[in-house]
Design a protein around this ligand. Structure first.
Ligand code: UDP
Ligand code: MG
Length: 333
């Protein structure tokens, strides 16, 4: 019997979690030869999420959970779930039923056909603000131009992965994780499952426009140094232009003598160059910021409570490895 862990990152999802469990179980109960377990990751919720999860765990033996000491973000939640999972396959799924459980049989079918990963892809963005869709489309185009990885329009985190792929994903131990990119970067044989976007029925989205913008910048800087090259390109272009301008001005001065007016030209040059320099420092700063955070080597999450015993592989580990696992800073992969 194959095992499948369903990893569900949850932040303030108390209202809908029981419905989520019931709806998903209805689907998974009908799939023979695969045994499904749930790993709910309570990402420092401020509502009753953890109580709902522990209640589910008390009444269903296939419910496991990890509870964080504070909110560490969805990326950390997904990472923790993968790290604590020991199943043959792992499904990552949102808690708000925006990832339709009815796709699970198709995912299992894909695995049976020999794929390492079967991932869901939205075919439309129904119910989403137009400006957000536009921004998102622009982000995909920009990232694909600037990085070596190819992000697929509409791809979501909802997917099943083989143990081999999960281990590969975990082997990338960067602190600032951009999973959409990581899932592509590791490669493996992948199948896409298109589905119609589902609007959130209970609770509300945790994404603000600002966090999406930050996400986009993080995505590009995590997988590419193209912005740095762009800055070099700017510098080169401006130097050439400046050289010609100086040559022309010099010849003009030699022939016609010095003419005092030049206020607009000077001001424009100062402002233009000032802008470019600020922009370049900003780009450099983004990368330095990433280096700074990575060098701190801080854990991705801190566990406050869990009902998952350490895995056999981990229980053989040295004490520091065990500690590392508990705080999401792994050294043994
Ligand atoms: N989530 C999380 N930590 C956060 C924010 C969100 O674990 O800091 C979870 C959330 O509970 C949900 C999933 O990530 O299960 C997706 O979040 P959301 O529905 O807000 O995002 P959207 O569907 O709007 O992209
Ligand atoms: Mg959602």
């Amino acid at each position: 019997m194959h095992t499948v862990d369903i990893v569900v990152p949850c932040y303030n999802e108390a209202e809908g979690l029981t419905v989520f469990y019931e709806e998903t179980s209805k689907v998974t109960d009908n799939i023979d030869t695969y045994q499904f377990n749930y790993i709910f990751v309570d990402d420092g919720s401020k509502d009753e999420t953890i109580n709902v999860i522990t209640a589910l765990a008390d009444s269903h033996e296939n419910v496991r959970y990890i509870s964080f000491s504070r909110n560490f973000g969805k990326e950390a939640g997904m990472y923790a779930g993968l790290l604590y999972s020991s199943a043959d396959y792992v499904i990552i799924m949102d808690a708000d039923l925006q990832h339709p459980p009815v796709l699970i049989p198709d995912m299992i079918e894909g695995i049976r056909q020999g794929y390492d990963c079967v991932a869901a892809k939205r075919t439309n963005r129904k119910g989403e603000a137009r400006i957000r869709s536009m921004f998102s489309r622009f982000f995909y185009r920009l990232t694909n131009k600037m990085t070596d990885i190819h992000l697929v329009q509409g791809a979501v985190d909802y997917r099943i992965m083989s143990r081999q792929m999960v281990d590969a994903v975990l082997s990338l131990c960067e602190t600032q994780r951009f999973s959409k990119g990581i899932f592509e970067w590791v490669g493996f044989k992948k199948k896409w499952l298109p589905y119609e976007n589902v609007e959130r029925k209970i609770g509300k989205t945790k994404w603000s426009f600002r966090s999406l913008f930050k996400y986009a910048i993080d995505g590009i800087t995590a997988f590419s140094v193209a912005p740095l090259r762009m800055v070099t390109g700017f510098g080169f272009f401006i130097s050439i232009a400046a050289f010609f301008y100086i040559a022309v001005t010099l010849i003009q001065t030699l022939i016609f003598g010095i003419s005092v007016p030049g206020y607009v030209t000077t001001l424009s040059a100062v402002l233009f160059l000032g802008g470019i320099i600020e922009f370049s420092i900003g780009v450099l700063g983004e990368y330095i910021g990433h280096i700074y955070i990575e060098t701190k080597n801080r854990p991705l999450f801190i566990v406050r409570n869990t009902n998952i015993e350490l895995q056999p592989a981990q229980s053989n580990a040295t004490k520091s490895d065990v500690n590392a696992t508990i705080t999401g800073r792994q050294s043994s992969f």
